[in-house]
Design a binder for this molecule. Sequence first.
Ligand SMILES: *[C@@H]1O[C@H](CO)[C@@H](O)[C@H](O)[C@H]1NC(C)=O
Ligand SMILES: *[C@@H]1O[C@H](CO)[C@@H](O)[C@H](O)[C@H]1NC(C)=O
Length: 181
Amino acid sequence: MLITNLRALVALVPLVASLPSMPSFINKLKSLSSRDDQCPYPTHYKITSLQVWTPKNGNTHPIVVDFQYADELTKIATSCHYNGTQPNAGPEGFTPRYACEDPTVQFMWITETSSLSMIELACPHTPDSGMEALDQITPRLSCVDTSNTTPFGEGSQCFSLDFAILGNFTALDPIEPPGGN
Ligand SMILES: *[C@@H]1O[C@H](CO)[C@@H](O)[C@H](O)[C@H]1NC(C)=O
Ligand SMILES: *[C@@H]1O[C@H](CO)[C@@H](O)[C@H](O)[C@H]1NC(C)=O
């Protein structure tokens, strides 16, 4: 037991020491991650092909959100889509969140501030599960108006000005049980 603990400590030293300039939050995430490297906690992510359509002038069509999500460290690559038919994957009483095709990844689009919140469950299906990494970004968008002859009707179609958005998780929270408690 003592030997195991010592080996875990020694294994951690070079990891932390090699990242002197990284934000301390990332160090904390790494030190919390499973010691055997089988299950790194999410730290960075990449969003590509982000498009958001929002209704205008009394159009009641729900917003439509599309993007690709990738996390190299946790080896996740998935598509994320919302068009009003997806169920709330989050706990009741909070801003609704939607699962990507890989439900390890979830997102919220906040229309008022045009911001995207990303959530990646940390180490699902392992003894280290129960936590989720979170971040919020406000992508730089370019928008064009859509008319009532287009599929969703009157609104605004926005595209990310950045080919790829490189995000860094900024919080790690315990997962709220769905439906609250
Ligand atoms: C909404 O998205 C789902 C896929 O999640 C798709 O099957 C469905 O056709 C879409 N509905 C509309 C009205 O675009
Ligand atoms: C995330 O961190 C990297 C450097 O580690 C930086 O280049 C990038 O701009 C950051 N992303 C955001 C959205 O701040």
